[in-house]
Design a protein around this ligand. Sequence first.
Ligand code: ATP
Ligand code: MG
Ligand code: MG
Length: 423
Amino acid sequence: VISYIGLGSNLGSRRDQIKNAVQAISKIDGLKILNQSFVYENPAVTSEETKMDWDKTFLNTALKVETQERLNPLLLLSELKKIERNLGRTSSARWSARPIDLDILSIENKIITSEELTVPHKLLSERNFVTAPLRDLSPHMKINETSILEINRKVENPLPVWMGIANATPDSFSDGGALSNVKNFEALLTDWTKASINVMDLGAESTRPGAAALTAKEEKARLKPYLQIYSDCKNEPGLPTLSLDSRNYETIKWALSFGVKIVNDVSGLADVRILDLIKDHGADYILMHSLSVPADLKQVLNPKSSTTDEIKKWLSQKLDLIEQAKVPLDQVIFDPGIGFGKTAVQSIELLRNLDVFHNYKIRLLAGHSRKSFMKSFTKNCASQRDFESIGFSLALANKGVDFLRVHNPIAHKKTHLGFAYAH
Ligand code: ATP
Ligand code: MG
Ligand code: MG
């Protein structure tokens, strides 16, 4: 039986408590953890009677678990309550601050409505901090006929996955060379871990207009020291998930052994063999729309036709290839490729209408950070465009865009938390 357990902590050392709870859950007899979602930071649910000192920020995550028949729902609930007590949960007041809260979110297709247990959890569909982790684990899982991917997009203040950009390049458009010293990379990894940034997207090839293409050999040589450091930290709790920004089959194949879990293919599937790697490793695959890589300023979508219609046509064809390769859509994330083969006007139009792609029932990513379309309203150079980028992030998060790929993820995430508190 496949079940989902929600974890939350807003008192004491939140990250340690989540870690300890996961460990204790893994030891429950008859239960196996299959996967853990990303970790989210969110204000506490408050009510009329909630005291202000209860209103502390939560860390939330969820587990996908497999349970044996002998571990029936009530037994699982009592095991979870035991763990809550062992980790210092004392206050019984509803919605009070707590070192740990463990709730059963769903158990296969079971519906339970007893005094002690309601499954699916009765407030599941209204809680962004539950729908976001479930979207990570099984986007196509259905709750009362609707997929969790869709439910998460309709929830109040949906929580995006924060994907920070780490450029192992000497020539990137906005921060070229910033990480040329691997010591800087170690520091970045530590900072992002502390800030609970969900994903680090590491790339060695610049895609800015005019950038030189790399051979697999050059790309691997650039990536190696970074992948080595990441791989050495692999067991660090809270380490961002590693995404590789590459379009080269050889490079991707080689890098998967360093712990890469997401492949960010900016070529938009120029080489379909990449799908075999995705299938074999169960990795996630980011499919980006582009007309050319590196970006070519002269090659843009026809301004006379609808930008979203053109991209939809392209996407349908690519999704056919993905289906033929038998890669589950659960593993696919679509990025419309802001700035790749689009004019500034087209990029802005696309960002305003990104929700048209919700029809495709796959996760969506936006990569708007510091891009050149911003020149149409700011004189700031690329490295100085974070405020403008954050403005877009807030709007995109609210549209239910699942992943936000940004240069300064800590600033984006902090601003979004302030935004969440204002709701
Ligand atoms: P909420 O239910 O709004 O998330 P809470 O998690 O703070 O609130 P608790 O104090 O942890 O609430 O639990 C109150 C009671 O809810 C528990 O004693 C438990 O028997 C009951 N309960 C009902 N359904 C569930 C479920 N799906 N998972 C966990 N507990 C549940
Ligand atoms: Mg709860
Ligand atoms: Mg509870």
